[in-house]
Design a binder for this molecule. Sequence first.
Ligand code: LAN
Length: 726
Amino acid sequence: SKPIGIKSIPTSDYKTPFTDYSRWRLKDDHGRQTWHYLSEAEAKKWKQSTADKYFLGLNTEQPDLPAPRTPLDVARNGLTFFSKLQLPGGNWACDYSGPMFQLAGMVMCWYSTGIPFPEDWAIEIIRYLCNRAHPVDGGWGLHTEGESSTFGTTINYTTLRLLGMPADHPVAVKARQTLHKLGGALGVPHWGKAWLAMIGCFEWEGMNPIPPELWLLPDWIPLHPYRWWIHTRAVYLPMSYIWSKRHSRPLNDLTRALRAELFVQPYSSINFAAHRNTVRAEDIYHPHTFVLDLFNTVCTFWGKYLLPNWLKKWAEDYVYSLVVREDENTLYVNLGPVNNPLQMLCRHIAEGPDSPAVAGHMDRLQDYLWVNEEGMLLNGTNGVQVWDTSFAVQSVVECGFSTQPEWKSLLDSAHMFLEDQQISLEISDEKQKCYRQQRKGAWAFSTRDQGYTVSDCTAEALKAVIQIQMTPGFPELVSNQRMRDAVDVMLALRNPSGGFASYEIIRGIKQLEWFNAAEVFGRIMIEYEYPECTTAVVTALVYFQKVDKVYRAEEIKQTIDNAVNWIISAQRKDGSWEGSWGICFSYAMMFALESLRLVGHNYDTSERVRRACEFLVDKQMPDGGWGESYMSCVKGRWIDHEKSQVVNTAWALIALLQAGYPGKEVIKRGIDLLKSRQQKNGEWLQEGIEGVFNRSCMITYPNYKFMFPIKALGMYAAKYGDEKLW
Ligand code: LAN
């Protein structure tokens, strides 16, 4: 008797009952979003909201709305539905899934501590993994839309078993067969080897080294980890501690059984040391370079024969001190879902199960857990709060809805939320030791507690705040001084090229990419400039100058010029820009063309802009929409989706409208498509995955299907008038 809309696992014979979906609630505490499974009595008192039901795949029972006649009618209907998903704290939430390695990393780290895993979670995670198994071969890929890989299949199979699925369960049997066809767990990439070693199912000597001693190098050395991209160093920091300790949970019946199940050869017959570089070829996105292999060989030799104990201990202590600071500076939220459980394991190794730090981790890990119609998963971050709220505001403003009383309370609470989430303090005077970027005045992607500066999150949030505060009837919650702080943060992120990266200025040289050891991702060793982040900063600075003409005015002007020049230099010959965080060209082009518009480059005045428009128009599908496959990101060239996509269509339309493209018919056909995909209750349904990172891994942005169509419709109405089209 499962509620309608809940997907069950592919086999009907799973013995443990699943949780009752009418009892889950999402709590929002100043943007801290956590799911709670209530008792029946509690569930009567705390009603399930429309947002809860929507996220859980239950019927939201939203009424049909008047049939739209004009673009703004479509936008209004869309916003009516979308506004029901706003949380009481003024922010938005979503299922932020896609990567298929995060849950596994969490479960394996947790298992390595020996602390029992919560039963409600285990059962729903099992259901999620069953639902997400490849329909044909039963394995898992790097992300939800990818082909089964050794990485995905090994770690998710292991996760199911650790959570209690018997080896003879049909889902396990099928996955194991696939794993064996893929060559077994010996060919699992680096991170997989590390996680397996932590639970005792791989030998540490079968892994390429992650020497904590690297952190003791002088800062000026190009290889120093502080120069790496923040996510890469945040993962390798705790991993290096665990590696150095060679920490593995002592064997038990389950892990002994797993040793037999995971490999195609008897475990005891494997010479692990000879398999440091054994990785199934199809799993690899970034092959090892000669330099990396040499480095690994030298480090292996160094660790085995040369490393003195005192130095090893010194390095471990230093790395551990950084681990502790990362916990303290983020209140145990940590930078992301991969480093978080690794951090927890470090704290457990050093301080034992009763350490308050381990308890702190168990509490804040919940911020990453999400429940959707397929079960429980780990989100890509501790939420999308600041980012999605900023775009939601901008879409409302674009339609001119901000002056309508109907949307006042939506904007008021979003405004209060953004005000509350601006970071007001630097870390401490120890800042340099944590190698952190300036952060006072910044906004993070998710929440203030997580607290990491991101260039474009700061920019988009600042823009949203300014847009609201420029609208009559809204209070000045964020003072001029605080806006100046945000500007300081952005200016501190300038790179010599003029372009902007994500979390920090670019600290490392391109050759660091030779040391990319993760195998499954591309471009992870250093920061790069991105058209998306660069445009966000440009537009925010332009907005800022509308409200403050004097502050650092000359520098801002120079920054905008340099940034736009960088964007121009990043245009490809075919007129396009390649995206790094959304799929793919349509996403980046929406940004790049906005920057160009702000400095006066449009279809009439610029040959570049014309080329860009031609590129996009050429990609329009017969039904009037645009659709880009995630393979665009993997291959670095436009690859059509099999079907046009609402989100790509909105991005392409925004791009063309920014460019001042004169072909109204082309644009109108795209608008028609957005309208035709809208449901009677104003909803747009989920289509293909929207986002990407590190070239190879996809991630969903479910709120994009609301925010960007609404914005595109608003822009259309602003340009052509809100004409009756239907
Ligand atoms: C994100 C999500 C948001 C994204 C944008 C703000 C959209 C972008 O413009 C800048 C980069 C940023 C902040 C970003 C960086 C990488 C993240 C954090 C993610 C794609 C979400 C998940 C991903 C993270 C690295 C996942 C964990 C995986 C590892 C390889 C460590």
